[in-house]
Design a protein around this ligand. Structure first.
Ligand SMILES: [Zn+2]
Length: 368
């Protein structure tokens, strides 16, 4: 009987626990990632000397490398130092910037990469994507997924609350991204991957329905799982589609128009709420989605209005620096006051209206 199945790429090992940063050595050995060879341990400047010292003692053969992370240049410079004949694997310890930088450099060098997360600001810890600053933009690059993922919940609990809130926004945005994908499948015939959809949505639903406090250990473990599942979903889909829809177009637009305001995850959460509002308004299903997402964002302190995220209200007149689609300045649909009203449901816009809308969006120049 033929085996009708497919092979998918996932990390060999996933470990989520308090103090997991001290488990790097056993994970490298048990998963046969390195058999006594020399790993490179890459840390950001934000990691305390005490932690770097502990990791160095746990892995005496490792070389500790400290870098300024987050840009393509920093990733290229790291790749220059990661000669495959010198190192057997590379371990990135830190937040999203470090992990993305190390993922990119490891991919350039063809080295296995282990992600050790000390914060949960976005879903990059297990994804095949690295977002790095390049010039004035922060494009996403395709990379190999980490061969192992370790999340230290004790360090995550000590990270700034804004980073956890950002992770909540990014995880919940998967609900909107999946709904966008299904809508595109129904309306435009876009191919859809049911497994990727299930993985991304299951993790996000767990975060949506979890009753725990934002910094509670159970909630942080659920959030970590949701972010990892989102990354694996992207690997399954072969694109960021299960975790990136209109929500991320809005997040990227906010990042370009108002840099250094909302974090990526907060922008994605904000965009997800707005996209959910639009889908609820123009389609006939999922009417409680908006209220449930809004309640979850509020429960964890994720901004639900642009001005709360540090960005100016988008209904205000644009500055000369900002780019808006023709005819959209001050558009009522961007008015934050409209968000609180229970959405009514006029018919879905005609195809011609949607085409014009899409044209306007492409002129705006935002990315998916
Ligand atoms: Zn994201």
């Amino acid at each position: 009987m033929p085996l009708l199945a497919r092979t998918i790429l996932t990390p060999l090992t996933i470990e989520i626990s308090p103090g997991a940063v001290r488990r790097i050595g056993p994970v490298l050995a048990d998963a046969r990632i390195t058999a006594g060879g020399r790993p490179a341990i890459v840390l950001g400047p934000g990691i305390g000397a005490e932690l770097a010292d502990k990791v160095g003692k746990d892995l005496p053969t490792a070389e500790i490398i400290q870098i300024e992370a987050g840009t393509v240049e920093s990733a290229m410079a790291l790749a220059d130092r990661l000669h495959p004949h010198t190192y057997e694997t590379v371990v990135g310890i830190g937040g999203g910037k470090i992990i993305d930088t190390v993922k990119y450099a490891a991919t350039l060098r063809g080295l296995p990469m282990v992600a050790v997360a000390t914060s949960l600001a976005h879903d990059g810890l297990a994804s095949p994507v690295a977002t790095l600053r390049h010039g004035n933009a922060s494009p996403s690059y395709g990379v190999h997924i980490p061969i192992a993922v370790i999340v230290d919940l004790a360090l995550v609990a000590r990270s700034p609350i804004g980073q956890i809130r950002s992770g909540v926004g990014d995880a919940l945005s998967n609900l909107s991204a999946c709904a966008d994908w299904e809508l595109s499948h129904a309306e435009r015939g876009e191919p859809i991957d049911g497994l990727a959809l299930s993985l991304a949505r299951t993790g996000a639903q767990a975060v949506l329905n979890h009753p725990g406090e934002t910094t509670g250990p159970d909630f942080l473990a659920t959030l970590a799982e949701a972010l990892i599942l989102g990354g694996v979903a992207m690997a399954v889909a072969g694109s960021s589609r299960p975790c990136s829809g209109a929500c991320h177009e809005i997040a990227h637009a906010l990042a370009e128009m108002h840099p250094a305001t909302a974090s990526h995850g907060m922008g994605a959460g904000l965009g997800a709420l707005f996209a959910t509002y639009l889908r609820t308004r123009y389609s006939s299903g999922g009417h409680d989605s908006f209220d449930r997402m809004s309640a979850a964002l509020a429960r964890h302190g994720v901004p639900r209005r642009p001005e709360r995220s540090g960005s100016p209200p988008v209904s205000s007149p644009p500055s000369s620096r900002t780019r808006r689609p023709p005819g959209r300045a001050g558009s009522p649909c961007w008015s934050t006051s409209a968000w609180t009203a229970p959405p009514s449901r006029p018919p879905w816009p005609s195809t011609s209206t949607r085409s014009a809308d899409l044209t306007a969006r492409s002129q705006w120049g935002v990315r998916a």
